[in-house]
Write a protein that binds this ligand. Structure first.
Ligand code: SAH
Length: 401
């Protein structure tokens, strides 16, 4: 049997090849029967079944539960720098239609969605932000940077590899300028040629902004004419800015982060929107929702876009209770004929489970609702067909009857 890349071998237990045959890219540690000696952290390995049949090439993570991340199912492909470069180019080409909609903030590379496990690249105007979360991708750091420099010679590159998940890969957190100039504290990226969203590349969440919610922000704009809007977990106020642009009569942004709320305030001024219509409330959302229910306040539109409640299977039950709680309270605050836009970015909560949680919340709230739209991450956050985990952000637009 030929060894195209002269790589070390990882052999799976009998019967554990099924998901790779279906091209799901993760090999869990429990699936591994044996691995060659001295495989280096992040090295490319050849994965075979118990009868030594080739399954894939993958990146080896000796300390992670996801032991191998598949990078090619083609035995004849060489896992070299130019494969990574061409994957990056392919990923960028896939985003042309999102960019041409007038978006200056775009996810150019979306990890497993682009067959580049552990690599995120976002572009905010003339800044590229990279985030590496697997030790396999870490080995291609120079290739990634050189490819981006070649494709975007006028852009600066900043690294935000400061995610906690790097520890599981035996990697230290890292951030800073990789090439070019240091970003200003707040920059603004235009969405859909319309609203400018504040982004803090250096200290904001993730790479600076939640680009994945773009589609739903547009929807909020379209639903907001004359509306009273409550934007929970507002972060830098993206939904609120779109609501104001869409003609909202009143908007309340609620978040625990003062930094995020301050950025949200600057966003109102930057977009020349009327600050008189806005409130910025630094409070725990659970507490604020309860207060408003007690006061009997009602809104035309309530947005619930919480952080990931379900971090692991172990806390899934607790996470579901959290989702049910905020959705019950959120639904109680919506006027008849108004909308609740509710989301979950927990990969472990699939769309069917999420709908069940919201349905249970409606029962608890004694309200009747109708799903007028199912919502999802925008297309630059690519969903891999064989890897459903890449479809992580789901939402419902529920009209209260
Ligand atoms: N909707 C935002 C993204 C939300 S990210 C957008 O479109 O850009 C989640 C936000 O929830 C973060 O800003 C975080 O500070 C905030 N947060 C987390 N727990 C919270 C809580 N219990 N109460 C209020 N805000 C909270």
């Amino acid at each position: 049997m030929s060894k195209t890349n002269n790589e070390k071998t990882v052999t799976l237990n009998e019967g554990r090849e099924k998901s790779l045959i279906r091209r799901h890219p993760w090999v869990f540690s429990k699936a591994v029967l044996k691995a060659d000696d001295d495989i280096k952290k992040g090295e490319t390995v050849r994965v075979v079944d118990s009868k030594n049949n080739f399954l894939c090439y993958g990146l080896y993570s000796p300390e992670s539960q996801i032991r191998v991340r598949a990078i090619s199912f083609d035995e004849n492909v060489k896992i070299k720098e130019d494969l990574i470069s061409s994957r990056i180019e392919d990923a960028i080409a896939l985003r042309a239609h999102v960019i041409s909609r007038g978006n200056d903030g775009v996810r150019l590379v979306s990890s497993e969605g682009d067959l580049l496990p552990g690599l995120i690249v976002d572009k905010y105007n003339e800044y590229l932000v990279i985030s590496i979360s697997s030790c396999g991708m870490e080995r291609f750091f120079d290739t990634i940077v050189n490819t981006l420099k070649k494709l975007y010679p006028d852009c600066s590159i900043y690294e935000r590899s400061d995610t906690k998940s790097r520890a599981k890969e035996g990697l230290k957190e890292r951030k800073g300028v990789v090439f070019g100039k240091e970003p200003e504290d707040t920059i603004y990226v235009k969405e859909e040629g319309s609203v400018s969203i504040p982004v803090d590349i250096k200290n904001g969440h993730k790479t600076g902004a939640y680009l994945d919610q773009r589609l739903s922000r547009i929807r909020v704009g379209a639903l907001s004419k004359g509306a009273e809007v409550l934007n929970c977990f507002s972060y830098t106020g993206g939904f609120g800015l779109w609501a104001l642009k869409g003609g909202a009569k009143k908007i309340e942004n609620v978040d625990v982060s003062e930094l995020a709320l301050n950025a949200a305030k600057t966003g109102v001024a930057f977009n020349h929107l009327d600050p008189g219509h806005c409130r910025f409330i630094k409070k725990d959302v659970f507490a604020y929702l309860r207060e408003q229910v007690e006061k009997g306040v009602k809104y035309d539109l309530v947005v619930l876009d919480p952080p990931k409640f379900a971090e692991s299977a172990a806390n899934l039950k607790k996470a579901c209770r959290g989702y049910q709680d905020i959705n019950r309270l959120g639904l109680m605050l919506v006027k008849k004929g108004g909308h609740l836009l509710t989301f979950s970015c927990s990969g472990l909560v699939d769309p069917a489970l999420f709908q069940k949680i919201v349905a249970d919340a409606a029962l608890d709230a004694h309200v009747d609702g109708r799903v007028v739209a199912t919502l999802r991450q925008d297309e630059d956050h690519v969903v891999s067909l064989p890897c459903p985990e890449t479809f992580y952000l789901k939402g419902l637009d529920v009209m209260v009857l």
